[in-house]
Design a protein around this ligand. Structure first.
Ligand SMILES: [Fe+2]
Ligand SMILES: [Fe+2]
Length: 187
């Protein structure tokens, strides 16, 4: 499938706001890929499709998880929306014909992160945070850091996610903790 075709198919699956966010992530991911010498085409596709499963309702998500044999851990059972990463990777594979494992990995882990993230996965994780329509205190500084030290920027993003979840008294996914520890141990 051509990228333009992917775009029009995706547009029908997402709200206008989410589609705009997806194009923002695509744009930022390509810029980061260019900067860090990653594959621009892979970054572009992964950025565009990363949230392809985000606008399904709870019932649809549960049905699709069954269809694609996605096992929901305790945390995702409690907060089904979190599964849109792993589910998005399946939708990208079977509905958009993506076979590239790096692209699929980046889509799969963009919500939780994980230890030892490959470069494209890191780029999508970060692009999701800093794409042009994102607006939070410190986003401009983070945008600068993103082009200076990738791991440091990802650490800031992970810290932000964990702090947010703590404030909301929600569950923290262990993969997010693993991602953070991994960066602190190896940076
Ligand atoms: Fe997402
Ligand atoms: Fe996103």
């Amino acid at each position: 499938m051509e990228q333009s075709e992917m775009g029009s198919k995706l547009e029908k699956m997402l709200s206008a706001k989410r589609f705009e966010h997806s194009m923002g992530v695509q744009h930022t991911a390509v810029a980061l890929a260019k900067h860090y010498g990653a594959d621009k085409k892979k970054a572009s596709i992964a950025g565009l499709l990363h949230d392809c499963a985000k606008d399904f309702n709870k019932q649809q998500m549960l049905q699709l998880c069954l269809k694609f044999d996605i096992v929901l851990d305790d945390i995702c059972q409690k907060d089904i929306g979190l599964i849109h990463g792993p589910l998005g990777a399946k939708i990208a594979r079977y509905e958009f014909g993506i076979k590239d494992e790096e692209i699929l990995d980046a889509i799969c882990f963009h919500t939780f992160g994980k230890a030892d993230m490959p470069l494209i996965t890191k780029i999508i994780y970060l692009a999701d945070f800093i794409e042009p329509s994102r607006c939070f205190i410190g986003v401009d500084e983070l945008r600068d850091v993103a082009y200076e030290r990738l791991d440091k920027a990802i650490l800031v993003a992970l810290d932000r996610t964990i702090t947010y979840v703590l404030h909301k008294r929600k569950l923290i996914h262990p993969k997010t903790i693993e991602a953070r520890n991994d960066i602190l141990l190896h940076r």
